[in-house]
Design a protein around this ligand. Structure first.
Ligand code: NDP
Length: 328
């Protein structure tokens, strides 16, 4: 049987963006539970930087990328929920999404509705499913809740902002620049804090008349998390779900008592997408929000797959806003 050759990004070592190489890669045949997918678009996510830099370990040489959309070309044995020719999208491990075609486990694939383009599908799965579980499962945001969301102009942030406004929350968002603040305001952010220039704890206290927020979502990590705890009202919740600035320091749990019976959660999307009974209703909710226009997936940067190095420089350099995709 003739081997399929595809273009893909591979890394032999961890390090700066330049460790990513655009290569010809040979694909085998899909094994049990696997599919061969011809990809139309790949998502760009901050987690890709963790893997490329070695912050999250993986066997090397290896692939990069955890999100994509495309058409199923071949099925391995035992795959039943998708068929050849289906339009599909996914977010999750294993890495290797930065590719024209790939062989991957079928269990994280969902069918993409016809009304959603491949670009949007590739851009929305990781960030959109994350927002879905953050706002519904980790903490059920209610109308009238005041919510602090860091880096609100990023990919996850702009989706969360729109979704929170549909729910009826009062949203306090942080950003690093005036340009990002203007974008956040244009999406309805009620209060925007420039957290590199202003003391965000003092501003949150001021905005909430000293009460603090019901829930704070923090994926910035090291630079913000300990201060984020000071923004939360008694019995409120802090959600630490990422490390864009580095790891959150070890937490003395007794602090949660002195700060007012706070709850803390450290969720990860893997716990959701690997369970189809969770994944399927989450995806339906996300697709409905998008097709109804409640949540727009703002693809603000489109790169050729071959330009993944530049895409990583921009994401890491805080130059991007909203969602970014790579086109094979
Ligand atoms: P973003 O588009 O939000 O980009 C990251 C943003 O973080 C930047 O734009 C920047 O916004 C902010 N930031 C703060 N400090 C730094 C720093 N030192 N270096 C770089 N950026 C910094 O990325 P994503 O939407 O892909 O992901 C957002 C976060 O959510 C990430 O931390 C990611 O790991 C996490 N995540 C977690 C998931 C989970 O299941 N746990 C799933 C998906 C994402 P600004 O310039 O405004 O400060």
């Amino acid at each position: 049987m003739s081997k399929i050759t595809t273009k893909a990004i591979r890394i032999n070592e961890v390090g700066p963006p330049e460790v990513m190489k655009y290569l010809d890669v040979e694909l085998g045949e899909p094994g049990p539970g696997e599919v061969l997918i011809r990809q139309k678009a790949c998502g760009l996510n901050y987690i890709d930087i963790y893997f490329r830099s070695g912050y999250y370990p993986q066997p090397l040489p290896g692939g990069i990328g955890m999100e994509g959309s495309g058409i199923i070309e071949k099925l391995g044995s035992g795959v039943e929920h998708v068929k050849v020719g289906d339009r599909v999208a996914y977010a999750g491990r294993p890495t290797g999404a930065y590719a024209e075609a790939r062989i991957m486990p079928a269990d994280i694939l969902v069918k993409l509705p016809d009304a959603i383009s491949f670009e949007t599908g590739a851009g929305m799965m990781m960030q959109g499913l994350t927002v879905q579980y953050l706002l519904n499962d980790v903490y059920k945001v209610q109308k009238g809740d005041t919510v602090l969301f860091h880096a609100i102009c990023g990919g996850v942030g702009l989706i969360a902002l729109q979704w929170l406004k549909v729910v009826g929350a009062n949203v306090i968002g942080t950003v690093s620049s005036k340009e990002k603040a203007d974008i956040a305001k244009s999406y309805g952010c009620d209060h925007v804090i420039l957290y590199r220039d202003e003391d965000f704890v003092a501003r949150v206290k001021e905005i909430t008349a000293g009460k603090g927020v019901a829930v704070a979502y923090d994926a910035v990590g090291k630079d913000t998390f300990m201060k984020t705890l000071d923004c939360i009202s008694p019995r409120g919740m802090a959600v630490t779900f990422g490390n864009a600035s580095g790891s959150v320091p070890p937490l003395d749990l007794s602090l949660l008592g002195t700060k007012g019976s706070l709850r803390v959660c450290r969720p990860t999307i893997a716990s959701y997408v690997l369970n189809r009974s969770l994944l399927e209703p989450m995806a339906v909710d996300l697709f409905n929000r998008v097709t109804s226009g409640q949540v727009k997936i703002e693809i603000k940067q489109v790169y050729a797959l071959a330009d993944a190095v530049q895409a990583h420089r921009d994401l890491e350099g805080r130059k991007t806003t909203g969602t970014s995709v790579l086109i094979p």
